[in-house]
Design a protein around this ligand. Structure first.
Ligand SMILES: NC(=O)c1ccc[n+]([C@@H]2O[C@H](COP(=O)([O-])OP(=O)(O)OC[C@H]3O[C@@H](n4cnc5c(N)ncnc54)[C@H](OP(=O)(O)O)[C@@H]3O)[C@@H](O)[C@H]2O)c1
Length: 301
C-alpha cells in the first residue's frame, strides 16, 4: 500500500472545470459532494447528479445546490468523471442502462461494494475505471478510502481521483486490486468493530455503576484520545499498550482476562470472515457478468 496521497491539501487545479456526474446519490455520494463543495474543490455548476425519486432530487437540490436529473444516462453522457455510488443490488440494472454509453475519455469511479473492475468494465464496455472502498466516517470527512485504478487510468486522472477522494478523508492508492477487497474487511468493515468495542465498554461501565451518559462520554473520549495519541506518537500499538501495563497492575489483570477470552483470535476470525464474504460476493458479480444482483456488501449494513 502506498503512503496517503497529499491528503490535507488537495488542489482545485486537479479537477479544473471537469463535469462530475453522480449516479446513486445517497448518503456516501452526498457526503462526497458536500465535502468537495465545502473545500472549494468543485463549484456547484460542475456537479450533475441523478436520482430516481423526485423527493430526494428536490432534497439534494436544496441541500447541495447542484443539478439533479431523473435520467442516469443523461448524467453519464454529460460527465467527465462519473461516480457510481448505487447499492450493489442496483448495480446490474444501472450497468445495463449505461452499457456502451459512457464516452471513452470519461473516468469512472465506483464505490459500489463488491464490484470488481473486471465486472464494471464488462458491464459498461469501458476501460478507465477506479474501484474505491470508503468507510462510514467519510460522512464527516474522517474516513479512509482505499482505491485501485485500471491500466487505462492516466496519471493526470489519478491526481483527480486523489483530489475527489480526499473529500472523504484519507485516501490510499493500491497497486493490487485484491487489497481493495482486503480493505473491505479491515477499514470498510472497521467502524463496525470499533462501534461494537465501544458499545461493549459502555455496557461494562454501566454494569460497574456509571450512569449511561457518563459511561458513553468516558468511553468515547478514551477511544478518541487513545487513537489520537497512537497517530501522533507514531508508535506501534503494542508499544503503547506495554507502556501502560505495569507488572502486577490493573492493565495486566485486564489483559489476562481478554487473552483468556481469545480476544485477538476472535478479531482475526472476524476480519477473515468479512474478507471471505467479500470474495464470494465479488465472484458472484463477476460470474454473472454483472447481470444478476449480488447481495449487499455495504460494510456498515
Ligand atoms: N455507507 C458506507 O459506509 C459505505 C462504505 C463503503 C462503500 N459503500 C458503498 O457505497 C454505495 C452507496 O452506499 P450508501 O450508503 O450511500 O447507499 P444509499 O444511501 O442507499 O445510496 C444509494 C442511492 O442510490 C439511489 N438509487 C436507487 N436506485 C437507483 C437507480 N436505479 N439509479 C440511480 N440511483 C438509484 C438510492 O435511492 P433510494 O433512496 O430511493 O433507495 C440511494 O439514494 C454502496 O454500493 C455501498 O456498498 C458504502
Amino acid at each position: 500500500m502506498s503512503q496517503p496521497q497529499a491528503n490535507p491539501s488537495p488542489s482545485s487545479a486537479e479537477l479544473g472545470s471537469s463535469a462530475i456526474g453522480v449516479i446513486g446519490t445517497g448518503a456516501m455520494a452526498e457526503a462526497m459532494i458536500a465535502g468537495l463543495l465545502r473545500q472549494g474543490l468543485l463549484s456547484r455548476p460542475q456537479v450533475v447528479c441523478s436520482h430516481p425519486r423526485a423527493e430526494r432530487a428536490r432534497e439534494l437540490e436544496e441541500r447541495l445546490g447542484v443539478t439533479v436529473l431523473a435520467d442516469n444516462l443523461e448524467v453519464a453522457r454529460k460527465a467527465d468523471i462519473l461516480i457510481l455510488a448505487v447499492k450493489p443490488q442496483v448495480l446490474p440494472r444501472v450497468l445495463r442502462q449505461l452499457a456502451g454509453s459512457v464516452p471513452a475519455e470519461t473516468l469512472v469511479i465506483s464505490i459500489v461494494g463488491g464490484a470488481g473492475t473486471a465486472a464494471l468494465a464488462a458491464g459498461l464496455g469501458h476501460r478507465a475505471i477506479v474501484r474505491a472502498m470508503p468507510n462510514t466516517p467519510a460522512q464527516i470527512g474522517e474516513g479512509v478510502t482505499v482505491w485501485f485504478a485500471t491500466a487505462a487510468v492516466t496519471p493526470a486522472a489519478k491526481g483527480q481521483v486523489s483530489a475527489l477522494l480526499s473529500a472523504l478523508g484519507t485516501q490510499l492508492e493500491v497497486e493490487d486490486e485484491r487489497q481493495v477487497a482486503m480493505a473491505t474487511a479491515v477499514s470498510g468493515t472497521g467502524p463496525t468493530y470499533a462501534f461494537l468495542f465501544a458499545e461493549s465498554l459502555v455496557e461494562a461501565a454501566v454494569h460497574l455503576g456509571f450512569p449511561r451518559h457518563l459511561a458513553r462520554r468516558l468511553v468515547l473520549e478514551t477511544l478518541r484520545g487513545s487513537i489520537a495519541f497512537a497517530i501522533q506518537s507514531g508508535e506501534h500499538p503494542a508499544q503503547l499498550r506495554d507502556m501502560v501495563t505495569s507488572p502486577g497492575g490493573t492493565s495486566a489483570e485486564a489483559l489476562a482476562a481478554l487473552e483468556r477470552g481469545r480476544f485477538r483470535t476472535v478479531v482475526s476470525d472476524a476480519v477473515w470472515a468479512a474478507f471471505r464474504r467479500t470474495l464470494q460476493l465479488e465472484a458472484a458479480l463477476d460470474e454473472s457478468g454483472a447481470n444478476s444482483a449480488p447481495a449487499d456488501t455495504t460494510p456498515s449494513a
